[in-house]
Design a protein around this ligand. Structure first.
Ligand SMILES: NC(=O)c1ccc[n+]([C@@H]2O[C@H](COP(=O)([O-])OP(=O)(O)OC[C@H]3O[C@@H](n4cnc5c(N)ncnc54)[C@H](OP(=O)(O)O)[C@@H]3O)[C@@H](O)[C@H]2O)c1
Length: 286
């Protein structure tokens, strides 16, 4: 999977007009504990977002379910503070919340339609660049879940459609209903269970957006990465991100952090070109 001796492109193109830096940012750490309620420090949450925007991040992943809505509201404020910064916003619909760390899918078309509207409103946008179905709801036919998103795409409210946490089979089924441009699955240095989905994304030029790129922060403290990290004068988190960036040109990592310092540190991963020997060592960590 790793590309040996080849310098990969730092950008990914969704279409002729939409090219983004591959290293993005995810907003899930910004709301309160358990991704529930407001941040204990909303000004800091907005500052993290303006910091990444000021430092070249132009791909931001969010969801109506983060808070719910608080992450979107912080992002809206940050976008208002940077009106001239071009940024691709990727959001999601299809998960409902019942409390801290509680998530339940709802793929009923009328609910998805409502949530696309709420995403537009809470983000202050007229169109969503990338709308991802957060989870396929097993209780609702996929054609109904994607059918309403296809309708809203035709209405101009959605530019591109993506999926989250799906199998290759579900991707193939979905592609028959509406064009899919991205897939967001759990994937990182120590969790490569969905490599088949990554292969599919690479073959079909879909963006592969690995969530938990730092294994929820565990990789930022992984001593096994320390030796390589020291060589580049960075921390283990940046090595884990550099490894992801080296995996394929279709990989767009979206590390989450509520820390301005960590957000800036993570951006250094873009400058690291891991050697073949380092890649071999990292691949062994599986
Ligand atoms: N599609 C889905 O179902 C799904 C599921 C989960 C997540 N996501 C998306 O994926 C994004 C990333 O996932 P995630 O945020 O849950 O997990 P993650 O990026 O794997 O890890 C986030 C954790 O790493 C820590 N961290 C980040 N940078 C660090 C650094 N430089 N040094 C030390 N610690 C660092 C953060 O703590 P600090 O805040 O203290 O920095 C936080 O606890 C989310 O924000 C969200 O957009 C999607």
């Amino acid at each position: 999977m790793q590309k040996r001796g080849v310098v990969l492109k730092k950008t990914f193109s969704f279409d002729k007009e939409l090219t983004v830096n591959r290293l993005g940012y995810g907003t899930m750490q910004l709301p309160g504990k358990g991704v529930w309620g407001p941040s204990t420090d909303p000004q800091n949450a907005i500052k993290v977002l303006t910091t990444v925007l000021d430092n070249g991040v132009d791909f931001i992943d969010t969801a109506d379910a983060y808070g719910p809505l608080f992450a979107n509201l912080y992002l809206k404020k940050a976008l208002q503070q940077r009106p001239h910064t071009k940024v691709m916003v990727a959001t999601k619909v299809g998960l409902t919340r019942q409390g801290p760390d509680k998530w339940t899918p709802n793929g009923r078309p009328e609910y998805l339609r409502q949530q696309v509207e709420l995403n537009l409103f809470s983000l202050g946008l007229d169109q969503i660049d990338l709308l991802q179905l957060h989870r396929v709801d097993p209780a609702v036919p996929l054609a109904e879940q994607l059918g309403v998103l296809r309708d809203m795409q035709a209405e101009g409210k959605i530019k591109h459609i993506g999926l989250s946490q799906v199998s290759v089979q579900q991707l193939e089924e979905a592609q028959k209903i509406v064009p899919i441009v991205s897939v967001q699955n759990r994937y990182n240095l120590v969790d490569r269970a969905d490599e088949d989905v990554l292969h599919y994304a690479e073959q079909h030029h879909l963006a592969f957006i690995p969530w938990f790129p730092l294994a929820t922060g565990k990789l930022a403290a992984d001593q096994r990465l320390q030796q390589i990290a020291a060589k580049y004068d960075v921390g283990p988190a940046q090595i884990a991100l550099a490894w992801l960036l080296k995996t394929s040109e279709v990989v767009l990592p979206i590390p989450g952090t509520k820390s301005v310092v960590h957000a800036l540190e993570n951006l250094k991963a873009q400058e690291i070109e891991l050697s073949e020997e380092e890649l071999n060592d990292l691949n062994e960590l599986k």
